[in-house]
Design a protein around this ligand. Sequence first.
Ligand code: URP
Ligand code: ZN
Ligand code: ZN
Length: 472
Amino acid sequence: MNRTIIKNGTIVTASDCYQADILIEGETVKSIGNELPEQNADIIDASGRYVFPGGVDPHTHLDMPFGGTVTKDDFETGTIAAAFGGTTTIIDFCLTDKNKPLEDSIQTWHMKSKDKAVIDYSFHLMIGEMNEKVMEQLPAIIDNHGITSFKVFMAYKNVFQADDETLFQTLLAAKDLGALVMVHAENGDVIHYLTEKALAEGKIEPIHHALTRPPEIEGEATGRAAQLTDLADSQLYVVHVSCEEAVQKIAEARRKGARIYGETCPQYLMLDQSYMEKPNFEGAKYVWSPPLREKKNQDVLWKAIHCGDLQTIGSDQCSFDFKGQKDLGKNDFTKIPNGGPMIEDRFSILYSEGVAKGRISLQKFVELTSAKAAQLFGLAPRKGTIAAGSDADLVIFNPEATRTISADTHHMAVDYSAFEGMKITGEVETVLVRGNTVIQDKQLVAVPGSGSYLKRETFNQQHSPFRETASM
Ligand code: URP
Ligand code: ZN
Ligand code: ZN
């Protein structure tokens, strides 16, 4: 069995920050302390470095058909980029089709990822309709695949959008099964009306993507999902929260004790709506749903992650090349594939803009980038912490290094970076997944297929049945 000791580093978890050595035996952390037995062990010197739990990214779309094309990064390029960026686990969204058994869709996702990933991965399952036939399939999906989170889209009318009856029934089913329901919260019907109207008026540029999806539409859908969750006495996770209107609805529901959680993403913390007005169609690079918001929302989001109204940071990795994919919408903003490359930068941006700029503590950084997602999605304590018995998923991080983000040096397969030219502090140097080195001194040393599929526990196995406390 391979033995490795990581020496002289500063270990950071969601609750602690201390200097100690870590002994890894096989795939897990064996012990933490000083003067650990060094015989037959490989030694990694982490002097002057932080040792973080590997990042857990709860929101990715790899190799996913969307917007008339397919996301550029697949499970190989996407997970390699994730590893370079300090992420050792992702949970990807498995799309489903109303005309197919759910099992077939899951097998499609297993095929997409087979022999490709260099980090560990799991799947959420999209629910497009809810009826007895669908309901019957869910217990086996939880047992056989450990898929314990279901995603309902409240937007993308005529594509992914589900109605409120589907959302409510999914919440009821999730309560019975101990699963967590995730929502894309925007009012798809109103967006449909506003986009049709804009196009009829000849408004075709990327900025109209934002103008036809105003923040009120996200706030309304978030509030509706929260109310339905309360009525069903179920649990809800709101993905990619972008604005004050949505934060308020989540905070309000949590104050009442609801089991409601929220995620935001680096793009909403760092970029704003003005990027979508860049000339020469460059605004298309910044088309996400929900859209980038007015700058004032950034402060609201930073405060919300600081005080615990939002609990996680997802990348919402959904990458498309500028040339050949984003330009499908050159003459019609509704045809610009929605999403951007973010899997590699999620961890580093949060460190640089959060910790290095004094907005959040080191422990909060770990909570946001790994610990809370691991807990909510049934992966703790295997993932998201550094403790005896946990998977040895570790990131050795140099807090002093500085670098500039660029598409010329990133590892994602896309031809642009949303953060081109941005100078950041802190750098991922070495990354281990279950004790195996994946990135060594900034070089890839793992082979595709070394990552494993993770079956996850249910939400109920990791949470008390009592109502959520607002400070969690
Ligand atoms: O624009 C986005 N967010 N693209 C990915 C799909 C989704 O809605 O999460
Ligand atoms: Zn979404
Ligand atoms: Zn997404």
